[in-house]
Write a protein that binds this ligand. Structure first.
Ligand code: ATP
Ligand code: MG
Length: 559
């Protein structure tokens, strides 16, 4: 696939300005900074494509930095999964780094701020601190511990570090301005006491830096030029700048962009973790999950995700993208490259009465209908008994129904023309089989006299077809537009109870040798992927990647 040229955006414009003014000596160094407390989702992909994409296009560098400052929620499984997902998306980092690598430097710099009179140890409880902080409309008040001497602060901070106090007893705070209009500047917390084992530093530390204290300083240590983050950190930028101005260290530019939201989609690690832990899905890589591992397992290609990230662009205002646009891009990505085959999802049997019992008619059919370069062909066999899709037969058809119905001729795709003559039912009225006749002159699918046959349906030979489990997916969140990302813990009530359906299908015999990781377009239905975990030689399992119906594309054409 050829990738589309990258669209320009306001982040790139800022970088261009810096390159013109020489602010970073024409250097461009970005970073992608996930917290290893869950698997990456498609929102992260937007940030990855932006950060790594910019580094590539400006001949710069991009670090992968784990923001591992909260030992209670983080672990190595997540670190490994994040690395796998970034690589799968097609990016390689300059350096693999950890905020925890900087704990010593951060500690020294905190001591430096204390010595400058810019930080102090506070004994207020969390509840008291909240009261003292004030609100958007009300100024805060100074903590009674704010005027401790530098010596006292140095002593207490040291003792916090060596473990003399229990969790929550004291914090280190920046000495900002309790009357600032920006609440982040009202004496932001830099360190909290937490006696917890860290997945990398073990028990060396019992004080851990906050996001605000760790993030900008980590950027600075790494020589990052452009620290790109989501919009909710816009109000933190003055604090980001305040720390670096006081430390007089290398000072990157923080730039905020709008996070990705998708309709019918949960997009926060916390909620995704809840889905996994409460068993609402079968794991982080459940094909219904908006995680990168979920998309991978479902059969989406990384090319499609990158294309999607570029198409949605980068803006400064939050919005929600229609999930159908993502599905449109996934379809577009697969259309040209995926071979076509026939599969019957809900089979009913058709018996062709005038087709001899032991006769097998063999056809060579192209796998790729539109790509004349690819000449791969597959063998398709016609036998007396075939399966067709339940919905392709109607005994009592509605108007304009052109599929199989008594007395009407239809085409078995690529094989022949058949006419239904009789329906056999069991005692409960369920259809057992449809009996038909075929025109022996129509082998290959065309009538020799050129008579028009409107309907074409897909089919498989009953004796040659292979059984397959097919998993069909729908949105994880119900389709009533009532879900919002602000939804609280009980968002589980918005889970679609019919998000997964398992069918026992019949697929063309040519697919018997297909391997995990192969993709097919099942004609008139959708794109499918052989499940890499559950499929085996004698039990094929297909995941539906996306259906063929493109509502979004149609809407765009009408506009
Ligand atoms: P979540 O709320 O899902 O846990 P997060 O922002 O806490 O997301 P991090 O691991 O801290 O997750 O995110 C790493 C990077 O990915 C950050 O720079 C963050 O801004 C970015 N990111 C996270 N979610 C989105 C999103 N929906 N759209 C764009 N970027 C995102
Ligand atoms: Mg976060």
């Amino acid at each position: 696939m050829t990738e589309e040229p990258k669209s320009s955006n306001f982040v790139r414009n800022i970088i261009d300005e810096h390159n013109e003014s020489g602010r970073f000596e024409n250097r461009v160094h970005t970073r992608f900074p996930p917290e290893p407390n869950g698997y990456l989702h498609i929102g992260h992909a937007k940030s990855i494509c932006l950060n790594f994409g910019i580094a590539q296009d400006y001949d710069g560098k991009c670090n992968l930095r784990f923001d591992d400052t909260n030992p209670l929620k983080e672990n190595l499984e997540y670190v490994d999964a994040i690395k796998e997902d970034v690589r799968w998306l097609g990016f390689e980092w300059e350096n693999e780094l950890y905020a925890s690598d900087y704990f010593d430097t951060l500690y020294e710099w905190a001591v430096q701020l204390i010595k400058q009179g810019k930080a102090y140890v506070d004994d207020l409880s969390a509840v008291e601190m909240r009261e003292y902080r004030g609100s958007l409309i009300e100024s805060g008040k100074n903590s009674p511990f704010r005027d401790r001497t530098i010596e006292e602060n140095l002593d207490l901070f040291e003792r916090m570090k060596i473990g003399e106090f229990e969790d929550g007893a004291r914090v280190l705070r920046a000495k900002g301005d309790m009357s600032s209009g920006n609440i982040n500047l009202r004496d932001s917390v830099m360190y909290r006491i937490l006696h917890a084992t860290h997945h990398r530093t073990g028990d060396k530390w019992c004080i851990y830096p906050t996001y605000d204290w760790a993030h900008g300083q980590s950027d600075s240590i790494e020589g990052i030029t452009h620290s790109i983050c989501t919009l909710e950190f816009e109000d933190h930028r003055p604090l980001y700048n305040w720390y670096l101005d006081n430390l007089e260290e290398h000072h990157p530019q923080q730039i905020e962009f709008a996070r990705l939201n998708l309709t019918n989609t949960v997009m926060s690690k916390r909620k995704l973790r809840q889905l996994v832990e409460e068993g609402a899905v079968e794991g982080w890589d459940d094909p219904r999950m908006p995680t990168l591992s979920g998309y991978r397992r479902r059969g989406v290609r990384p090319e499609a995700i990158r294309k999607f990230a570029d198409r949605i662009g980068v803006a400064k205002a939050n919005s929600t993208i229609d999930i159908q646009m993502l599905q449109h891009v996934i379809r577009e990505d697969l259309d040209a490259i995926v071979p076509r085959a026939m599969a019957v999802m809900r089979p009913i049997k058709v018996v062709i009465e005038n087709f001899p019992e032991d006769k097998v008619e063999e056809f060579e059919i192209d796998y790729y209908r539109h790509d004349k370069e690819k000449e791969e062909k597959r063998k398709v066999y016609l036998t007396r008994e075939v399966y067709i899709e339940e919905k392709d037969f109607e005994e009592d058809p509605p108007p304009k129904y052109f599929r199989l119905t008594p007395g009407r001729e239809v085409r078995l795709m690529g094989a022949c023309l058949i006419t239904a003559t009789e329906v056999i039912k069991d005692n409960d009225g369920n259809i057992q089989e449809v009996r038909c006749t075929y025109d022996p002159e129509s082998l290959g699918g065309q009538a020799p006299d050129g008579r028009k046959v409107k309907g074409t349906i897909h089919w498989v030979s009953a004796s040659k077809a292979v059984d397959a489990e097919v998993r069909i997916f729908d949105h994880l969140i119900i389709d009533d537009d009532s879900y919002s990302e602000d939804e609280g813990k009980d968002f589980l009530s918005k889970i679609n109870p019919k998000s997964k359906e398992v069918l026992q299908a019949k697929v063309e015999s040519a697919l018997a040798g297909a391997s995990p990781g192969d993709r097919f377009q099942f004609m008139r239905d959708g794109y499918y992927f052989i499940d890499p975990k559950d499929s085996s030689e004698d039990h094929l399992v297909f995941n539906q990647i996306v259906g063929l119906r493109d509502t979004w594309g149609k809407q765009q054409k009408k506009k």
